[in-house]
Design a protein around this ligand. Structure first.
Ligand SMILES: Nc1ncnc2c1ncn2[C@@H]1O[C@H](COP(=O)(O)OP(=O)(O)OP(=O)(O)O)[C@@H](O)[C@H]1O
Ligand SMILES: [Mg+2]
Length: 387
């Protein structure tokens, strides 16, 4: 029976998907947080710089020449004007020279976010103000967010991976169980069919032959002995035919010795001479080498299809055609007989059901329908299906 290998197939793809989506979600959360916070800090710095620029503009108007040298006073005026205590304040005069503005301008941290504003009086730019915030706490907070996001994403990814994989594994086990049950049922059905064939065919013929022989035993010896023996011989022949057909169905096909092509050819020849059907066997080369279970299934389906033609079709000719499309074996069995009844599913007996089950167990399909003249059976079997 073909192992489905659903879980391993699903696991591989699911792992890739889960890792990619978890990484993307982690990146989005971390980068999103950092960018948002950074933008907020820069906005605050810019607002602070604008306030400082306004105060500085006033100072410049009051002391146009001396404003540069009165740093402590300027720092005092700034006092509590800050939106958030800045890490650093830098002022450049109109020529770009740095102006001393008190302790805030002394040391610049290694990582700073800047907000800038120009000090204008009318259209003239008298100075430029830079307010800087220390970015290191932001980096630390981003690190914490990244760690928390990684933890949450890891947990979520684990659940996202584990739950569907477990569900698929359970489903696969149930399917495997059902398929085993199906193949056991198939075997049982085949056995009871052969028993029925032997009972109804060979059994009835032998019983009739026995009754005839008993009648012969009781009858006085006479000249019509030859005549009386004739039907007995016919009945024994009939029983022999039935036994031969049943043993042919039971015997393992000669695929190992002859290959699929040779085994089908031999069966067609033997069946043609036993049934009187004219059977054409055609192969559209080149055929891929199917798995041994696929070969056996193909052989068994041909056996059943030919038996059905001999039994039900009243056909003169049958045609077995084997071809391939990529790695799929395409089998067609047609006849020129009466044609199968319209509602195929209603008329399906053990034989047709076993054809369909055999094909389905290998992941293939089988379809039987009334053709223009006679009946057509079309079967598709994947060559790589494992038994
Ligand atoms: N080639 C055919 N031409 C006409 N009728 C067919 C053909 N193949 C199948 N059938 C019809 O389909 C029915 C079902 O076939 P199926 O092989 O399932 O059962 P069966 O041959 O009657 O019994 P068994 O279980 O022994 O095979 C047959 O009884 C017959 O009426
Ligand atoms: Mg049949």
């Amino acid at each position: 029976m073909t192992p489905l290998r659903l879980t391993s197939w699903f696991r591989r793809r699911m792992l890739v998907l889960v890792v990619i989506s978890a990484a993307l979600a982690w990146l989005t959360i971390t980068v999103g947080y950092h960018v948002q916070e950074r933008r907020e800090m820069v906005t605050l710095c810019r607002a602070d710089a604008t306030r400082v620029a306004a105060i500085l503009a006033e100072t410049i108007q009051q002391r146009p020449r001396l404003w540069r040298y009165d740093a402590p006073k300027f720092a005092d005026r700034l006092g509590g004007e800050w939106l958030r205590a800045p890490a650093v304040l830098v002022v450049h005069d109109e020529r770009g020279a740095r102006v001393e503005v008190g302790p805030l301008g002394k040391s610049v941290p290694s990582s700073v976010l800047w907000g800038r504003a120009e000090v204008r009086i009318g259209p003239v730019v008298h100075a430029r103000v830079w307010v800087g915030a220390d970015a290191r706490p932001l980096w630390n907070r981003t690190l914490v967010v990244a760690l928390l996001a990684a933890l949450a994403e890891g947990l979520l990814a684990f659940l996202l991976y584990l739950l569907p994989v477990r569900a698929i594994r359970t489903a696969e086990q149930r399917i495997a169980g059902l398929m085993t049950q199906l193949s056991l049922n198939l075997r049982e059905e085949e056995r009871s069919r052969i028993a029925r064939d032997l009972h109804d065919g060979a059994g009835q013929a032998l019983t009739a032959a026995r009754l005839n022989l008993m009648a012969l035993q009781r009858a006085p010896a006479g000249a019509d002995l030859q005549q009386r023996i004739e039907p007995v011989v016919a009945l024994v022949d009939e029983a022999l035919d039935e036994v031969r057909r049943s043993t042919a169905a039971l015997m393992p096909p000669a695929i190992a010795d002859l290959g699929l092509h040779g085994a089908i050819e031999r069966h067609c020849e033997a069946f043609a001479s036993a049934s009187g059907l004219e059977i054409a066997f055609e192969v559209q080369a080149p055929l891929p080498e199917p798995d041994s279970h696929v070969q056996t299934t193909c052989y068994r389906i041909i056996q059943e299809a030919l038996t059905n033609i001999a039994r039900h079709a009243s056909a003169q000719h049958a045609r077995v055609h084997l071809a391939a499309r990529e790695r799929t074996l395409l089998l067609t069995v047609t006849d020129d007989g009466a044609g199968i009844d319209g509602d195929v599913s209603a008329s399906a007996g053990t034989g047709l059901r076993s054809i369909q089950t055999r094909a389905a167990l290998l992941g293939g399909s089988a379809r039987i329908f009334r053709a223009e003249k006679g009946t057509c059976l079309e079967v598709e079997l994947p060559c790589d299906a494992q038994g």
